[in-house]
Design a protein around this ligand. Structure first.
Ligand SMILES: Cc1ncc(COP(=O)(O)O)c(C=O)c1O
Ligand SMILES: Nc1c(O)cccc1C(=O)C[C@H](N)C(=O)O
Length: 429
């Protein structure tokens, strides 16, 4: 009888948590794929966020303006296209803790990191090393290697990876700081993923940025898994530059535009080289077709081409939704639902001893909206089972599934159902 009471209490808990959740209603703002005619439990918002229903309206508006106004849309559209990107400055600056002038949107993430490295990675014979994390997202690794080759160096002489200790899954802050000090005056740039894509580990960006500066290096961040997920204070942390994509937690659609941050302290530095294009040229005089580049003051001066409005439209829809809710509310729910998911996983783990382990840090200040689960044994078949049963996760080699309980559109009840499906999957396997 007491066991029945416990089971009932466990069943009641998610319903109660959902009824207290101020963000619960936002689930209805998103379109969920279906499996077996049922809405999926979606854990892959850290790869591609779901489509918000309001997005279509923003795209339709651009399509209508294009149909009705054609070229005149640049200046007379409902939201004129020629300075459309400026609509992002206020809401995005709040989201990443920046001044509006420190923000711009353009291109895609790896492209922007390359462009920012043009400005912030300028190796000399004495100062040429780059510190990054071991097993950074592959695109970052290819970027580092190609940048190093471009400057005529060899990756093995330049790229210093911070390693995990033997038998550990996460990188220790003390090891990052020691490495920065060790590389010392040879250090040109620190560029790390603010939230590691594989483990979900959140780095202490403030402390690492300070340490890099102490050695005279620039410090930038790849915020692919951080934007829209964690609290950022890029301006106050004195970060030199950062970039993020918008298709993960920001739900702007596949491969969509990237956001960029360049700290105010660099805005007047005429010495910083950059690759230029007319969209970075003085706004008032852009259409005078002048021969000499005069950069816009602020991050906008890093713009190159006129912007793809049809892809910015969904990003704007998303940014406005985030502005409506605010990161603080999202973070409150994020921590609660991630801990609830962790509780469920730990309970199941006790029952099915040794089948899996969570490799994301347990310390809430070192994680956000992601739990990475290392599956022991026949992991792939369990992943397939989950997918067939309407639980969308992703598989990362060699044996990890990542679960991102995105606070905007996952519910406590989803977590509960997931637990039941997982348990059955492990037992049946
Ligand atoms: C940490 C990280 N960096 C870079 C990328 C590459 O982004 P993109 O393909 O938009 O350049 C991704 C995701 O794809 C990522 O997760
Ligand atoms: N952008 C992606 C895609 O077009 C296909 C598959 C995956 C992606 C991703 O974004 C992966 C993601 N950066 C990750 O953390 O794994």
């Amino acid at each position: 009888c007491s066991k029945t009471k416990v089971i009932l209490a466990l069943r009641e808990l998610p319903l109660q948590l959902d009824s207290q959740d101020h963000l619960h209603k936002y689930q209805d703002e998103f379109i969920f794929p279906k499996v077996n005619d049922k809405k999926v439990i979606y854990f892959t918002g850290n790869s591609l966020g779901l489509q918000p229903k309001r997005t279509k309206k923003y795209i339709d508006e651009v399509m209508d303006d294009w149909a009705n106004l054609a070229v005149e849309g640049h200046f007379y559209a409902e939201k004129p296209w020629w300075d459309y990107q400026e609509r992002f400055a206020n809401p995005l600056s709040k989201l990443v803790g920046a001044l509006p002038t420190e923000i711009t949107v353009m291109n895609t993430l790896t492209v922007n990191l390359h462009l920012l490295m043009v400005s912030f990675y300028r190796p000399t014979s004495k100062r040429y090393k780059i510190i990054c994390e071991e097993k950074a997202f592959p695109s970052d690794q290819y970027m580092f290697q190609s940048q190093v080759h471009f400057h005529g160096y060899k990756p093995e002489d330049v790229i210093v990876e911070i390693k995990r200790r033997e038998g550990e899954h996460n990188i220790r802050l003390e090891d990052v700081l020691t490495k920065i000090e060790e590389v010392g005056e040879e250090l040109a740039l620190v560029l790390i993923g603010g939230v590691n894509y594989y483990t979900g580990q959140v780095f202490d960006m403030k402390t690492i940025t300070e340490a890099g500066h102490k050695q005279g290096a620039y410090v930038g961040w790849d915020l692919a898994h951080a934007a829209g997920n964690i609290k950022l204070e890029l301006h106050d942390w004195n970060v030199d530059f950062a970039a993020w994509c918008s298709y993960k937690y920001m739900n702007s659609g596949p491969g969509n535009a990237s956001g960029c941050f360049v700290h105010e302290k660099h805005h007047t530095n005429k010495e910083l080289p950059r690759f230029a294009g007319w969209w970075g040229h003085n706004k008032e005089r852009r259409f005078k077709m002048e021969p000499v580049f005069d950069p816009v003051h602020g991050a906008g001066g890093w713009q190159i081409s006129n912007l793809p409005i049809l892809s910015l439209a969904p990003y704007l829809a998303s940014v406005e939704m985030f502005d409506e809710i605010g990161m603080d509310q999202l973070i409150l729910k994020r921590d609660k639902i991630t801990s609830y998911l962790e509780f469920i996983l730990n309970e199941i783990s006790k029952e099915v001893q040794g089948s899996f382990e969570i490799i994301t840090p347990t310390n809430p200040s070192e994680r956000a909206c992601q739990l990475s689960v290392l599956l022991h044994g026949e992991g792939r078949s369990l992943f397939d089972y989950l997918m067939k049963n309407g639980v969308i996760t992703d598989w990362r080699e060699p044996n990890v599934i990542r679960l991102a309980p995105v606070p905007l559109y996952t519910s406590y009840e989803d977590m509960f159902h997931f637990g039941q499906i997982l348990k059955t999957g492990i037992v049946e396997k």
